[in-house]
Structure formats: C-alpha cells, structure tokens
Ligand binder design. Structure first.
Ligand SMILES: [Fe+2]
Ligand SMILES: [Fe+2]
Length: 232
C-alpha cells in the first residue's frame, strides 16, 4: 500500500471520526467524494486539483461531530431552530481544519465551510454567490446534494434517481452552479458508476479498511479514478 503523508492520515482519521457519528454516514462521505472527484475529472481540472478534491471531499461534514445527538440523530424533520443548530456544522468543521499552512488541509477547511453555499447567494454560512463560492465547494455541493437526496432517512424514503436528477436541473443557477449541473447531467452514467464503486468499496471492506483503501487509491494522477472504478 502506498505510503501515506501526514495530511492524508489526518483526513482519513477525520473521515472515520465523522463516519462513526451516525449510521450510514461513511457511505455518504465516500460516495460524495468519489462523485466530486469524477466531476473534477470530467471538467478537466488539473491533476493536482482533481486529486485534492478527492482527498478533502470526505471531510465536508466533519463538523457534524459537534452537533448534539438530539438534532443530528432526530428521527424526524428538523424545526427551524434545529436547522440553525445543524447549519453550524459548516463552521465547526472548517474551524477544526483551519489554522494550518498545509494547502490540502486549507482546501478541506474551505470545502467544509462552503459546501452549503448556493449559487444565488441564499446558502450558508457566508451567503457567497456565483464564483465567489470556491470551485471545490461548488463541486462538492452538487455531489453532496445528489447523494443526500438518494439516501433514505428514518422519516422519509430516498428519492428515486430520476427525481433527484430533475431536482438538480430545476435548481441550476439557484442552488447549484449551472456549468456543473450541465456537466453532471451529461455524465449521469459515469456518476452512477463511480458512486456504485464507492458504495461497494465500503460495503466490501467495511468502514476502516474501506477508508484506508480510498485514501491509498488517491494515486499521483487521475489513474485513481480508474482505480476506484475497478475496486468495485
Ligand atoms: Fe453538510
Ligand atoms: Fe454531506
């Protein structure tokens, strides 16, 4: 297995910590990261950018470590007040990752802080709009939202895939960057394939070994994408 550098170990550990916070969290984190990295690849971002998105995306929700159980694990929809508490996970996660000069961890902090911003400025925590929302966060936002829509909750079923795709299209330019929505819609079969590979990685190896393999598959080039596709 490839030697892991210190930032990778930190990110893998935080992924596992966040993944242990509630049932099924880890699958969401890894699937979201795989789809985000796939979109970065389709967008032909440079190799380092693709790799970094892959590595940091799993910690986007790490701030949920700081959300109390009665909100995080509530088996029903949240009240407005509870939503406000839940929304704190963006800043909690970013603050947990900030305070380092390591560029990878800085990018992880950026994604944690801004993955719930909306393209029209109506999101949180900063209300950034358009290209003021860092590209990495815009990419993770769409991958995150898609996965969240498909996932069942205790109080609702998962949305059928076609409906989730329609929702992304409807929210293009409002919640999501229209360029990224277009890219997503043109590559739905690839998204499906990568998401399934990420899912089977966790299913097949379990949380700890799945995350170690996910981080070991980072590669030094977009070859990691082929790698994760074959892991399934
Ligand atoms: Fe989140
Ligand atoms: Fe998420």
């Amino acid at each position: 297995m490839a030697q892991q550098s210190r930032p990778h170990i930190i990110l893998a550990s935080l992924t596992l910590a966040g993944g242990a916070r509630y049932p099924s969290a880890l699958g969401h984190l890894i699937r979201t990261a795989a789809v985000a990295a796939y979109l970065a690849n389709v967008l032909e971002l440079d190799d380092a950018e693709q790799r970094h998105i892959y590595l940091v995306a799993p910690v986007h929700d790490v701030g949920k470590l700081g959300i109390p159980d009665d909100v995080l694990l509530k088996p029903a929809s949240l009240t407005d007040a509870e939503h406000e508490i839940m929304q704190r996970h963006s800043n909690i996660g970013a603050d947990l990752l900030a305070g380092t000069t390591d560029p990878l961890l800085q990018m992880a902090a950026t994604v944690a802080r801004h993955h719930h911003e909306h393209f029209d400025g109506s999101g949180y925590p900063a209300g950034l709009a358009g290209e003021d929302v860092p590209l990495s966060a815009r990419i993770v936002a769409i991958a995150d939202a898609f996965d969240a829509m498909l996932e069942p909750r205790v109080y609702r079923e998962g949305m059928p895939e076609d409906d989730a795709i329609d929702t992304l299209a409807d929210e293009s330019g409002r919640y999501f960057d229209p360029t990224l929505v277009e890219c997503f819609l043109k590559n739905v079969s690839g998204v499906r394939r990568v998401r399934a590979a990420a899912e089977s990685l966790v299913q097949q190896y379990g949380d700890v070994s799945g995350v170690i393999r996910f981080y070991a598959a980072r590669g030094e080039s977009p070859a990691f994408l082929r790698h994760i596709q074959t892991l399934g």
